[in-house]
Design a protein around this ligand. Structure first.
Ligand code: SF4
Ligand code: SF4
Length: 130
C-alpha cells in the first residue's frame, strides 16, 4: 500500500472529488483520517501500490495537492551506494541513478510491512519512519 496525504483547497473542498476518483479509477481508497471544513481540508489515505500512479495523477488533475508519505529515510552521509538494499527490495522502490548513487522511490515503498532494506544496510543508513 502507498500512504498519501490529499490536500484540498478552499475552492474545491465542497466537491465530491474522492468519490469521483474512486468511481472513475475503479479502485478503493482507504481513508485513515480526514479533516475537512470550509477553509479546506486534508485526507490521509492508503491506496494499492499497483494503482498508485494513476490514482495520484487523477487527484492531481482535479486540483488536489497530493503528498506521498515517506516511509523510509536514508542518511546520505552514511550511505556508500553499495546496492545491498536494491537487491532485496520486493517492489523495486530502490534503484541506481545514472551516477550510480541510489534513488528511493517513496511512492513505491511499502514501509513497515517490509523493512528488508533496513536490515540489509551494512552502514545502518536506513530507518523506517512510517
Ligand atoms: S522498506 Fe521494503 S519496500 Fe521500502 S524501500 Fe525498503 S525494501 Fe523496499
Ligand atoms: S544498503 Fe545502505 S549503504 Fe548500501 S546502498 Fe543501500 S542505503 Fe546505501
Amino acid at each position: 500500500m502507498v500512504r498519501i496525504l490529499l490536500k484540498f483547497s478552499e475552492k474545491i473542498v465542497d466537491q465530491p472529488i474522492t468519490s469521483q476518483v474512486i468511481l472513475e479509477q475503479k479502485t478503493p481508497v482507504n481513508i485513515l483520517s480526514a479533516r475537512i471544513d470550509q477553509q479546506g481540508g486534508e485526507i490521509l489515505a492508503e491506496i494499492a501500490l499497483a494503482q498508485a500512479e494513476k490514482v495520484i495523477d487523477a487527484f492531481r488533475k482535479k486540483g488536489v495537492d497530493v503528498v506521498v508519505r515517506k516511509m523510509v529515510e536514508v542518511d546520505k552521509e552514511r550511505c556508500f551506494d553499495c546496492g545491498a538494499c536494491i537487491a532485496l527490495c520486493p517492489v523495486v522502490a530502490i534503484t541506481f541513478k545514472d551516477d550510480l548513487s541510489i534513488f528511493f522511490n517513496e511512492a513505491k515503498c511499502i514501509g513497515n510491512t517490509c523493512g528488508l532494506c533496513v536490515d540489509a544496510c551494512p552502514a545502518r543508513a536506513i530507518k523506517l519512519i512510517g
